[in-house]
Design a protein around this ligand. Structure first.
Ligand code: PRT
Ligand code: ZN
Length: 284
């Protein structure tokens, strides 16, 4: 029987939907109807293991799961040594120290001798110690943000995305301990497995497609050189003659990031009838 990869994903939480969606966009189909400890993939030798996110680093390190999708914050807090195969771009947040809004905060020395509540004692302790700060850490597993208002702590260290939780609890973020996003991790012996390499290739194709657009435009032949300068393409742009003599259509792929600047430059170089389309996958 063919070997099946086991991929650990969060059972129910902020990363669950995005993790399954990413694997779906890589062409992996799962029967998710009767969730759930394990879901079997119908068209790729993969099983999903649904776990609490905190357990994923250990499961991967122990080789019970071959791959895992987990927040960098959880991975670093557990200090488990497993290779990160790639960042996945979702679940972005920051682990931040936050103090009461009214506090006269001037710098990290403010934390000297203070009590800090957190679910991330390892990362918080390491950060404060690396700046020569001795603080008293109180580890709590949930609702860290209410601990200061309740008098349990002077400050907190917690994950922040929009900042609205801090605001509504009378706190302000003052220092970043860790920038986090979800990452794909592997058991060390599986990092170069052919099934893993194929999956990584598919993930790259999905992300490359997301960050690029397909562009078609018409231009007079005399302007081809100027337009080419502005179009990187995957190799080089495709140039097709139009029925109108002296005119060509150019097809290419452009990055999303400086999209409008590039369109402006193309127009200035004589491009007309510009058509831009999303790319579903980009296999390079
Ligand atoms: O049950 P299980 O242990 O699996 O789930 P969990 O409750 O531990 O985790 P979950 O689902 O809340 O989060 C999973 C992962 O999502 C985290 O480990 C992070 O990598 C990532 N993530 C991204 C976040 C946030 N953004 C986030 N904003 N995790 C938590 N939060 C919380 C934060 O703790 C705080 O309470 O949201 C609140 C702050 O949000 P803002 O928008 O008000 O700033
Ligand atoms: Zn958790």
């Amino acid at each position: 029987m063919q070997e099946r990869l086991k991929i650990a994903v969060q059972k129910s939480g902020r990363l669950t939907e995005k993790s399954i969606e990413l694997l779906g966009r890589c062409g992996l189909k799962f029967d998710l109807n009767n969730q759930r400890l394990i879901a079997v993939c119908d068209n790729y030798p993969v099983n999903l293991l649904f776990l609490r996110d905190d357990d994923i680093p250990e499961y991967v390190a122990d080789g019970i799961a071959d791959l895992g999708i987990v927040g960098l914050n959880v991975l670093k807090e557990h200090a488990v040594e497993v290779p990160i195969l790639r960042k996945l771009g979702f679940g972005r947040c920051r682990l931040m120290l936050a103090v009461p809004t009214a506090a006269a905060y001037t710098g990290l020395e403010w934390f000297q001798g203070k009590t800090v509540a957190t679910s991330y004692p390892h990362l918080t302790g390491q950060f404060l110690a690396s700046h020569g700060i001795e603080a008293h850490l109180v580890t709590i597993s949930g609702s860290v943000e209410i601990s200061t208002g309740l008098g349990l702590s002077d400050a907190i260290c917690d994950l922040v995305s929009t900042g609205s939780t801090l605001l509504s609890n009378g706190l302000k973020a003052v220092e970043t301990v860790l920038e986090s996003e979800s990452v794909l991790v592997a058991h060390p012996t599986k990092a170069n497995h052919p099934l893993v390499e194929e999956l990584l290739f598919r993930i790259s194709s999905v992300y490359n497609a997301e960050s690029t657009k397909y562009i078609l435009l018409n231009v007079e032949e005399s302007n081809i050189a100027a337009i080419r300068e502005l179009l990187p393409g995957v190799k080089a742009p495709t140039v097709v003659p139009l029925a109108e003599p002296g005119w060509v259509a150019i097809h290419s792929v452009i990055p999303e990031k400086d999209f409008w600047e590039r369109i402006q430059a193309l127009k200035a170089a004589g491009a007309q009838g510009i058509l831009v389309m999303p790319i579903e996958k980009l296999l390079v």
